[in-house]
Design a protein around this ligand. Structure first.
Ligand code: HEC
Ligand code: HEC
Ligand code: HEC
Length: 181
């Protein structure tokens, strides 16, 4: 049993409405009907490698935690690249009550935002939130700024750690950059 399995069981995503999502429900895009074909044709570059790392059973929690933020960010960047297709498989048309949420969800259409831009730290233990558009633009992990405009906290402490393990963060991944303000 991995650490993440335990966390999943304690999250709101477990047991709700009789749905017990498995790791693949979020981490492997079933929307690409034939996953092996998709990998073969590089439609989901890096997905398999990252997935294997995600399900790796680290020997100690310390070792796992050392890599946690990097893996979390890689997983987010994959979701970003897929326009959160795995989330959308279950959440067809999320329409949360509340003005704030509705306002935020408009950005799905107007600013090309995707679920994982906003909904981070869903089922696993919390790690720092990362700014996915800024990360795409910078070609490396950029942490999210505080919401009330703290300008001076650029999180660039993690340099592209080791590129040898398939957790690529590619600047050209979505084909468009929307941070133009
Ligand atoms: C409901 C969707 C969902 C399910 C189900 C899910 N994950 Fe994740 N996982 C995520 C997201 C989103 C991230 C990116 C980090 C974040 O913001 O939560 C992530 C990140 C991770 C990470 C990186 C480290 C971390 O803690 O963020 C690992 C490892 C991981 N998942 C493994 C698993 C395993 C193993 C399972 C099955 C037991 C699983 N995940 C099930 C959504 C999911
Ligand atoms: C296997 C189906 C499934 C997948 C895949 C899935 N969800 Fe969910 N999600 C649910 C269910 C069921 C609930 C609980 C009922 C509800 O609140 O709608 C839920 C709850 C939520 C909530 C509200 C409760 C909370 O934990 O904050 C958010 C936000 C959410 N999901 C976002 C996401 C995102 C983002 C992804 C992709 C990383 C995702 N979901 C993937 C089924 C799924
Ligand atoms: C621009 C930011 C943003 C984007 C993009 C976004 N959301 Fe949300 N979402 C919010 C906010 C803010 C709320 C209300 C506060 C909360 O519950 O987190 C919310 C609420 C929700 C809820 C209800 C949560 C609850 O507790 O009942 C669900 C489910 C949800 N979003 C799913 C999604 C899914 C699926 C996507 C992608 C299709 C998505 N959201 C895209 C910001 C966003």
């Amino acid at each position: 049993m991995t650490y993440t399995q335990k966390e999943l069981k304690e999250s709101t995503h477990y047991g709700a409405l009789g749905v017990n999502p498995g790791c693949k429900d979020c981490h492997i895009p079933q929307g690409f009907k034939n996953f092996h074909l998709a990998v073969y044709t590089h439609a989901v570059d890096g997905a398999r490698e990252l997935y294997l790392e995600l399900v790796n059973d680290y020997s100690t929690l310390e070792k796992f935690n050392e890599r946690r933020l990097i893996m979390a960010h890689d997983a987010r960047m994959n979701l970003k690249k897929w326009d959160s297709i795995t989330c959308r498989d279950c959440h067809k048309d999320p329409n949360p009550p509340g003005a704030d949420a509705q306002e935020a969800h408009k950005k799905l259409k107007t600013e090309g935002a995707t679920c994982i831009d906003c909904h981070q730290n869903l089922v696993h233990e919390e790690v720092a939130k990362t700014d996915l558009n800024a990360s795409l633009a910078a070609g490396k992990m950029v942490l999210q700024q505080e919401e009330d405009g703290g300008e001076d906290e650029e999180g660039e402490d993690e340099d592209d750690e080791d590129a040898s393990d398939g957790g690529e963060v590619e600047a050209q991944a979505t084909g468009e950059d929307e941070d133009e303000d």
